[in-house]
Design a protein around this ligand. Structure first.
Ligand SMILES: Cc1cc2nc3c(=O)[nH]c(=O)nc-3n(C[C@H](O)[C@H](O)[C@H](O)COP(=O)(O)OP(=O)(O)OC[C@H]3O[C@@H](n4cnc5c(N)ncnc54)[C@H](O)[C@@H]3O)c2cc1C
Length: 365
């Protein structure tokens, strides 16, 4: 076993929470190291557009060296307070660690689930993009934000293909307002996307999906949820496998280790659980990075005040949906604004994490 001490803050995972942790640490004048298997930051919020064919392939990632002082290539297999094990047998120790390893596609016990293509990483998106080009029909399981954005993008980029969205619920975008769900339905139907709502999937086939005994032929894609697998790392979790953190985002009962982003159970000030989203990962990463530095300095930690500000979805072809606070930006005018807003949020993320170079040297520019 090789043991290596890391100076400053050690960050596990270079996603939205990870790079915003690194930004916070840099702003506080401390050193950050990110350990990540790919060494790249995937722009997950752009992956539906990349996979569907409405955004260039170069829009999907950037090297992590742009975000942190040091990048350690490796996959973390276990986390203990103040140390992590890597898959190559190395143990990294640090006085402050922030775990931001995200989530992976859920794999419920549906027969044939292994046939469904996932969409979470840059590799997934690039593989899907070429598989979609090779198929005349596509069946997307899941009518949430990922499935709706992907269906919209495919419908916009490939109008001749048959796209079907399957969801067990009787409406799209459960978790968002009724008006937003109806708008999503309208935009997708305009694109000739078929909706098969209200019945659960019985089986995933190599070339289709069976729903209530009916076989829908097409490339099967899984967009029906993600799961954190924090228990695999030995972290204390809730029933959904998300890390339990205290109000400072420190792992419950631990002293040197924080968790932020999809891997952790985040709540608002009044205790309401927050959905997995990039905006919450960004807010939590900022707090965790700040608190990791405060811990190193022996300062009092800040309480996290995380808040859901709204949803902005890009459905490709200059159409989108937005719900900001209590306001739903609905058709016909506002759905044209939503993609611009989505783009502006992505650019803000780039500028904040990479500085102005993020704008001039941005992916796809
Ligand atoms: C297609 C799609 C579209 C989306 N669109 C939106 C949107 O428009 N708006 C929105 O708010 N949210 C959106 N989301 C959700 C959002 O992308 C996630 O909530 C966000 O990425 C969470 O950030 P994170 O840092 O927790 O995880 P991630 O961004 O997934 O980053 C996790 C990082 O951890 C690394 N990692 C994983 N395992 C290990 C390990 N064992 N050791 C070390 N590193 C590891 C990974 O390589 C990755 O870099 C979308 C999700 C998908 C899939």
């Amino acid at each position: 076993m090789i043991e290596r001490a890391v100076d400053g803050v050690l960050i596990v995972g270079g996603g939205y929470a990870g790079v915003h942790t690194a930004r916070s640490v840099r702003r506080a004048g401390r050193r950050s190291s990110i350990v990540d298997p790919s060494g790249r930051h995937d722009f997950v919020t752009r992956l539906a557009a990349v996979a569907g064919g409405t955004a260039p392939m170069t829009d999907s990632s950037a090297g992590l060296e742009e975000f942190a002082d040091d990048v350690i290539l490796g996959s973390v297999t276990a986390v203990r307070d103040g140390e992590v094990d890597l898959d190559d047998g190395t143990t990294l120790t640090a006085d402050a660690i922030v775990v931001t390893a995200g989530a992976v596609p859920l794999k419920p016990p549906i027969p044939g689930i292994e046939h469904a293509r996932p969409l979470r990483t840059e590799d997934d998106a690039l593989n899907l993009r070429s598989a979609i080009e090779d198929h005349d029909a596509i069946v997307i399981v899941g009518g949430g934000a990922t499935g709706v954005q992907l269906a919209g993008a495919i419908g916009a980029a490939h109008p001749a293909k048959t796209v079907t969205v399957v969801d067990g619920s009787d409406r799209l975008l459960v978790g968002m307002g009724d008006a937003t769900g109806r708008d999503a339905e309208r935009i997708l139907r305009d694109r000739r996307v078929r909706l098969r709502l209200g019945d659960d999937v019985d089986e995933i086939l190599p070339d289709g999906v069976s729903v209530a005994g009916e076989e829908l032929v097409g490339l099967p894609i899984w967009a029906a949820g993600f799961t954190a697998r924090a228990d695999e790392f030995g972290l204390p979790t809730d029933d959904d496998g998300r890390v339990v953190v205290d109000r400072y985002l420190r792992v419950d009962g631990w002293t040197k280790t924080f968790a932020a982003g999809d891997i952790a159970r985040h709540v608002t000030a009044d205790g309401t659980e927050l959905a997995m989203s990039a905006q919450i990962a960004v807010q939590a990463g900022e707090v965790a990075g700040r608190n990791a530095v405060r811990l190193l300095r022996g300062d009092r930690l800040d309480e996290a005040r995380l808040a859901h500000r709204g949803w902005v979805l890009d459905l490709g072809g200059h159409r989108g949906l937005a719900e900001i606070g209590p306001v739903t930006l609905t058709a016909p005018f506002f759905d044209l604004l939503a993609p611009a807003l989505h783009w502006a949020i992505d650019m803000k993320h780039l500028v904040e994490t990479r500085g102005l170079a993020g704008l001039t040297d941005r992916p796809g520019a």
